[in-house]
Write a protein that binds this ligand. Structure first.
Ligand code: ARG
Length: 476
């Protein structure tokens, strides 16, 4: 989608703004200031905006019916040429807007020259980028939803699959794998919510703001707003042409979501290692080594983890781009596109890869279970047991600490100690202690909303399905 296509630099091309200039643009300056190599990606939105503008101008009596018809036909033929890869983009025409406008005049004559009445490239580009970002939010949201749906399915297969939970990457307490997967679900559902929020805020129409102050023609902005599917018209012409906060929001959403995907990636990389051996990543998401025949590398999660760098970079680039700009439009804003487009592609591709890959991971149940039974993961359960027998929590903590020390020195887990042995640490321990020292007993006891008990995980999944249904995009 990106990169120059059929771009030529005929030095003789007349500038659409050439009137007040006495000499040609310096060749290097022409190349340096052009954006067509990357903003041609906006051609569909640019054409849609021009169509709506022409229709509006005709309805309010500024354009004749014949002009409007000719403009629509011309724009259709231009769109077809672009899609067929036959359109000649010209760097000397600077950007996507002037390339299309010049082609229109070439194809339909003077009617093409009347299209730009009451409009500026400033409100034009602000409109194009918003239209583009609306689609980008929808496309990313669709992949995010697919991923979330896959996570619900994966979690529902593993509501009672036991694994160790970690803090400080040290074994902490037993968990169910379904509960861990539902933590990912929560993180990513918030990311989806942020996309919905950004989309709602950016769907405000700049057209009519013209260069910065509005226009003297009797325009009707509600017509263009409806034709282009915007929810509202922008309230202030200066703000409409100059702010790019919606682009920053998208880059911020991307950075946050990539941070989440990166954390999940880190877990996948650890868990596929032979040291953990918790999960199997299907071969189609891995690659081999050119020298070590035994290697199967988790490239997809590693690459996604690596992509967080550019996502953060794009966010910082846009924040920095905007901070020093006086109102209204400045050429600086042309620099918004490459970071923004890169964030769109990065987010979309990473979500797509994860939506394909995550539901396909296969937990190695035996290995997870075995790891959970090492590392004294039920020590807290023993302390809680003593509290229920009337021991103060701090004293219980101390007693269990001594038991764990004995276990470390003698290489045995709490559940492997005899009742006699356990009673040397506390007289309050009875036979029923073994109910809480098992992994199954430990997870089942965390039986409240947000807890890891299998019954709770099943309910969280059911609620998750409803919450996902209620969010955006509604129909997916
Ligand atoms: N290529 C420009 C951009 O991306 C379009 C707007 C140019 N406006 C202007 N007054 N030079 O921002």
């Amino acid at each position: 989608m990106s990169g120059p296509k059929n771009t030529t630099t005929p030095s003789t091309t007349a500038k659409l703004w050439g009137g007040r200039f006495a000499e040609n643009t310096d060749a290097f300056v022409e190349a340096f200031t052009a954006s067509v190599s990357f903003d041609q990606r906006l051609y569909r939105q640019d054409i849609a905006g021009s169509r709506a503008h022409a229709t509006m101008l005709q309805r309010v009596g500024v354009l004749s019916n014949e002009d409007e018809v000719a403009i629509h036909a011309g724009l259709t033929s231009i769109e077809q040429s672009i899609e067929a890869g036959e359109f000649e983009w010209s760097e000397s025409l600077e950007d996507v807007h002037m390339n299309i406008e010049a082609a229109l005049t070439e194809r339909i004559g003077d009617a093409g020259k009347r299209l730009h009445t009451g409009r500026s490239r400033n409100d034009q580009v602000a409109t194009d980028v918003r239209l583009y970002m609306r689609d980008a939010c929808d496309a990313c949201a669709t992949e995010c939803r697919r991923l979330l749906t896959g996570l619900l399915e994966l979690a529902s297969q593993h509501t009672d699959t036991i694994m160790p939970g970690f803090t400080h990457l040290q074994t902490a307490q037993p968990l169910t794998f379904g509960h861990h997967v539902m933590a990912w679900f929560e993180m990513l559902l918030r990311d989806l919510d942020r996309l919905a929020d950004t989309r709602k805020r950016l769907n405000s129409m700049p057209l009519g703001a013209a260069a910065l102050a509005g226009t003297s023609y009797p325009i009707d902005r509600s017509i263009t707003m409806e034709l282009l599917g915007f929810d509202v018209v922008s309230e202030n012409s200066l703000d409409a042409v100059s702010d790019r906060d919606f682009a920053i929001e998208f880059c911020s959403n991307t950075a946050l979501c990539l941070m989440h995907l990166s954390r999940i990636s880190e877990e996948l990389v650890l868990w596929t290692s032979s040291q953990f051996n918790f999960i199997l990543l299907p071969d189609r998401f891995c690659t081999g080594s050119s020298i070590m025949p035994q290697k199967k590398n988790p490239d997809v999660p590693e690459l996604v983890r690596g992509k967080t760098g550019r996502a953060n970079g794009n966010l910082i680039a846009l924040l920095t781009l905007m901070k020093g700009q006086p109102l209204a439009y400045n050429k600086d804003n042309q620099e918004d596109k490459e970071p923004l487009f890169d964030s769109v592609d990065t987010l979309h591709n990473c979500l797509r890869a994860f939506a394909d890959m995550l539901p396909a991971i296969e937990p190695n149940k035996a290995s997870m279970y075995e790891a959970a039974s090492r590392g004294f993961s039920t020590a807290t359960d023993l302390a809680d047991y003593l509290v229920r027998k009337g021991v103060a929590f701090r004293d219980a903590h101390e007693v269990v600490g001594l038991a764990v020390r004995y276990g470390v020195e003698n290489d045995c887990d709490l559940s492997q100690m005899s009742l006699d042995r356990l009673q040397t640490f506390s007289k309050d321990i009875d036979q029923d202690v073994f109910d809480v020292l098992t992994l199954e007993g430990s997870v089942a006891s965390r039986n409240h909303i947000g807890g890891t008990a299998p019954a709770q995980v099943a309910q969280a999944i059911a609620r998750g399905k409803q919450r996902l249904k209620a969010t955006y995009p509604a129909s997916a």
